[in-house]
Design a protein. Sequence first.
Length: 299
Amino acid sequence: MNNIPLLLTGVTGLTGSLLLHKLVKADFHSQILCLVRPTSNRDSIEALDLNLNFFIGDSAATKTWEQLLEKYSPATIIHIASIRHIPIILNSFQGVGQHPRLIIIGTTGIYSKYNQYSKDYKAIEEQLTQYPGQYCLLRPTMIYGSHRDKNLHKLIKFCDRYGFFPVFGSGQCLLQPIHADDLAKAILHVLQRPTIQGTYDLSGGSIVTFRELLAIVEKQLGKPVRPIYIPLRVGVWSATIAEKVLGTKSPVRREQILRLQEDKAYSHNAAQRDLDFFPRSLEVGLQQEVELMHSKGVL
Ligand SMILES: NC(=O)c1ccc[n+]([C@@H]2O[C@H](COP(=O)([O-])OP(=O)(O)OC[C@H]3O[C@@H](n4cnc5c(N)ncnc54)[C@H](OP(=O)(O)O)[C@@H]3O)[C@@H](O)[C@H]2O)c1
């Protein structure tokens, strides 16, 4: 059996690839094992000046974890792929009797008042509290930062193309998105300090309403973006009909519309104190994202 110092999941995604770039800058030359899927695109990371090795598998599969743990017995695991895989991972640890240090990316979605959305996260975090090894759980808010993000880049593209954006309800709900690079920095900080453990909420440097977010996008694009107000009930009703009655895909899912009405601002004071976490403002982050999208020809 090899004893590998570090195992990473999610390295081909937005946060994971930024973390790898930070490891390059930090001169991290220990062996790193990356769990990737057979379909994962490794083109952009393989050339990095890191001692990377790949284990092909599925982070949601017990078989993958059993084989990987038997063969490599990692000392530390940074699990970025999905917190939903944690029950399988913990059971696999138990099966092989290993308790590596765990750094896990969760989500502030656990605070949602919609039980169907938050109940799985609550159950998973509860299971995590029973883990006999050391762990640190980082809960980001909505992640943005490039054309690879799942959220704001679509909004920016839509605003750029059509000059308006639908706002369901009043548009006064609060948001505090985190830039993926600030999240990657926090992960590196935890990795480099083995005594850090516990749970931290990681939110962005600005709290804004949805209307204010559109105003920042308008400013960064340098062209008008008109909010089109749609009554909440009309939005929910249309998405429900599309999803449940017609069986089609609504452009905005019912759950997304409902969750957009929730305030999603969370303090990162604990992370600021313990992780030296000082995230950039949304204005700066969106300026960088728009510039990046221009340079990639996405806008
Ligand atoms: N996006 C958000 O707004 C948000 C908010 C809160 C929390 N989070 C959580 O934060 C983490 C990072 O988000 P992100 O947006 O940076 O991620 P991302 O860009 O979607 O990348 C996900 C990564 O996980 C890998 N992955 C997914 N399922 C896998 C599986 N079954 N086996 C192996 N690898 C798997 C993907 O591999 P492939 O390249 O093969 O797809 C990819 O490398 C995720 O856990 C996400 O749930 C995200």
